[in-house]
Design a protein. Structure first.
Length: 109
């Protein structure tokens, strides 16, 4: 149950965050948003990175939602579920960063 609850909550929150970031991407590079050395290189890179990372957040959140539904079917115990949820969340955080950085390099280099 812990696995499902953690991932379901994570998924719903990140779907909303991704939608907000996609619809209203940050314009100022000195505030919030997807901030890496690569994305801060120019305003064009910044704008691209904000939209692209928002898409990746939404995709990751939808995948997490599907995984949480599968988790309800598997009936993991609380300890296994908690560890699995953390692993999935950390994986998707790295996935978002990796995909966005690669997209920036492919588009601008």
């Amino acid at each position: 149950m812990t696995f499902t609850l953690i991932l379901f909550t994570f998924s719903i929150i990140f779907i909303f965050v991704g939608l907000i970031e996609y619809i209203f991407p940050p314009k100022d590079r000195n505030q919030k948003g997807y901030r890496t050395k690569n994305s801060l290189g120019s305003q064009e890179r910044w704008d691209f990175a904000q939209k692209y990372s928002a898409k990746m957040i939404i995709i990751s959140a939808l995948c997490s939602l599907i995984i949480s539904i599968i988790g309800t079917i598997l009936h993991l115990n609380d300890n296994e579920g908690f560890i699995a949820a953390i692993i999935v969340i950390v994986f998707f955080i790295f996935f978002i960063r990796q995909k966005t950085e690669r997209a920036i390099k492919n588009k601008f280099d």
